[in-house]
Ligand binder design. Sequence first.
Ligand code: GUN
Length: 292
Amino acid sequence: MLVLDGKIAAAAVKAELKTQTNALSAAGKPAPHLAAILIGNNGASETYVASKVKNCEETGFKSTLIRLEDSVHESELLQTIQLLNDDSDIDGILVQLPLPKHISEQKVIEAIDPRKDVDGFHPSSIGKLVQGLPTFIPATPYGILLMLEYFKIQTKGKYAVVIGRSNIVGRPISILLNSNIPQGNCTVTVCNSHTPNLTEICLQADIVIAALGKPEFVLPEMIKEGAVVIDVGITRVSDDTAKKGFRIKGDVHFESVAPKCSAITPVPGGVGLMTIAGLLKNTMQAYLQNRP
Ligand code: GUN
């Protein structure tokens, strides 16, 4: 059983990007520049954004973090996005989700210039993805593809089951795995919370992508011997014995599922690290496409 270590795969992607930023710097060119907007004080969002900023620094990217109050008006957020759209020194824009309830996520996503949509959430980006056209692949699905590529996991002709149909992970990864791309060409079933016989469906799968956000939902009786299991879950579960008062749990019960797998991602230290690698690759792509 192979543990798909996100630290190792992400380091390889970041090393490649660092080589690129070093070359840009040597040529007297500016660095790719990511702008992140963080609203409010959600602990998990704070951690993710801090990690995105740190990873930018490590790979020679510029980053700008814009923090807005929880009470910010939607119009102010939209204006902030417009300023970033118009700023030729900004290559990529991300607004960390989830947003406060009074702000329309859809309006915010659609306000981002598709040329700077490094999260790949804009309908134009998703539409291109569905049609198999070049675009920004949402960071987590992109990270999964990079992980499969790094560890040379074969996907062609395999049966993949995706648990979860979110716009951020489940739906796009299901389309990508089914697409005619190097880490694609799978037959794919996408399950949701209404799917009957989920266990029977998962038991058929060569590749299981668990992206439903329910800690330790996937158990060994759902997994075929030798399957590849990709765990996208990152849930904070209260635990008084932990230093921070919580532990991070994946969607898969790792200890019991791992012995049945040919390969499995750990949580933490798996897909989460690859998400940032995907985001940085998208930012470099935006830079190369948009800078004259
Ligand atoms: N919240 C959870 N995942 C993501 C992501 O990939 N991008 C953004 N912007 N917010 C998120």
